[in-house]
Design a binder for this molecule. Structure first.
Ligand code: 3HC
Length: 285
């Protein structure tokens, strides 16, 4: 089945990026938020990024308009009825996700493929809430979605070969390189990234070095675009804490155990860039 219309559940940081790259690739996009306020903010984010690309001369004004014209915002899941692929990028809460997918199962056509952008929740737990587990997989995007070249495809023990092939073709069309992983906490990237980020917090926690020196070590010594503590602020300390806990629960391996400092910072509301304070202070611009 050819994918023509893509539905995106959630228009936050990830959902807005996913909607944007799909529209840029020529897909018709329906993006849903839970209320008008969040929807307006999400669509404004897309408009700003497209506007920035036009202003920099990286996109023709007419193309920018066409991209925005392909995106329809809604607050109703019923508007996903005509979608061939639905990508869920909503809150990381299994019960909520199961509710969304069970509702979509009744709304969407029988051939529609369902995907979740979750970074940590087992894909099979969501697939099992639908009558189409063969047409269900993980499509894990990376932040910022319009910039990062990777799409991690996660197949469960029930995902069909046809669904994986459709996901690979979709990835090619939106200009991402796809990698395929099994449905195991962390998949490929977070299995490697989370212990690294937690080790950086442990190094900082024991007073090994300043945050700047830890970050510069990896930026200047290993050519990473961001040091680990800056990356933690960028990803969100709450998000990292959440993923680490899921991985620790699954593997019971100390390397995934969130360090006390991470828990303290999350409790204190130091969530990183989005809250104005993480390992660095963003309140002064
Ligand atoms: N949306 C769209 N475009 C963006 C953007 C955004 N949010 N942020 C930056 N860009 C674009 C800029 O417009 C610019 O485009 P241009 O080259 O066409 O002018 C380009 O990206 C570079 O941006 P900047 O010059 O402002 O800044 P940098 O060169 O420092 O790049 C960065 C910013 C791309 C964020 C870079 O620092 C980077 O790659 N950081 C690492 C990001 C990373 O590791 N992401 C993965 C996180 S893990 C994850 O998402 C998984 C989850 O499960 C935890």
């Amino acid at each position: 089945m050819e994918i023509k219309t893509v539905g995106v559940v959630g228009c936050g940081l990830m959902g807005s990026g996913i909607a944007q790259v799909c529209a840029q690739a020529g897909y018709s996009v329906v993006v849903r938020e839970i209320n008008d306020e969040f929807l307006k903010a999400g669509l404004a984010k897309i408009e700003k990024t497209i506007g920035g690309a036009v202003a920099k001369g990286k996109m023709a004004e007419a193309d920018g308009k066409a991209v925005l014209g392909r995106i329809r915002g809604t607050t109703r899941l019923e508007d996903f009825a005509g979608c061939d692929l639905v990508i869920e990028a909503a809150i990381e809460n299994l019960d909520e996700k199961k509710k969304v997918f069970a509702a979509l199962d009744a709304i969407c056509g029988p051939a529609a493929i369902f995907a979740s952008n979750t970074s940590s929740i087992p894909i099979i737990a969501m697939a099992a809430a639908t009558k189409r587990p063969e047409q269900f997989l993980g499509l894990h995007f990376f932040n910022p979605v319009p910039v990062m070249k990777l799409l991690e495809i996660i197949r469960t023990i029930k995902t069909s070969d046809e669904t994986v092939a459709a996901a690979r073709a979709f990835s090619d069309k939106i200009g991402k390189r796809s990698i395929l992983a099994k449905d195991r906490p962390g998949f490929i990237v977070n299995l490697l990234l989370i212990p690294y980020l937690l080790d950086a917090i442990r190094a900082y926690e024991i007073g090994l070095a300043t945050a700047e020196d830890i970050d510069n070590g990896m930026v200047l010594g290993c050519a990473h675009p961001m040091g680990p503590l800056t990356l933690l602020d960028f990803v969100g300390l709450d998000t990292t804490y959440y993923i680490a806990n899921i991985m620790f629960d699954e593997f019971k391996d100390a390397k995934y155990a969130p360090p006390p400092l991470l828990k303290q910072m999350v409790t204190a509301g130091y969530l990183g860039k989005k809250s104005g304070r993480g390992f660095y202070d963003y309140t002064k611009g």
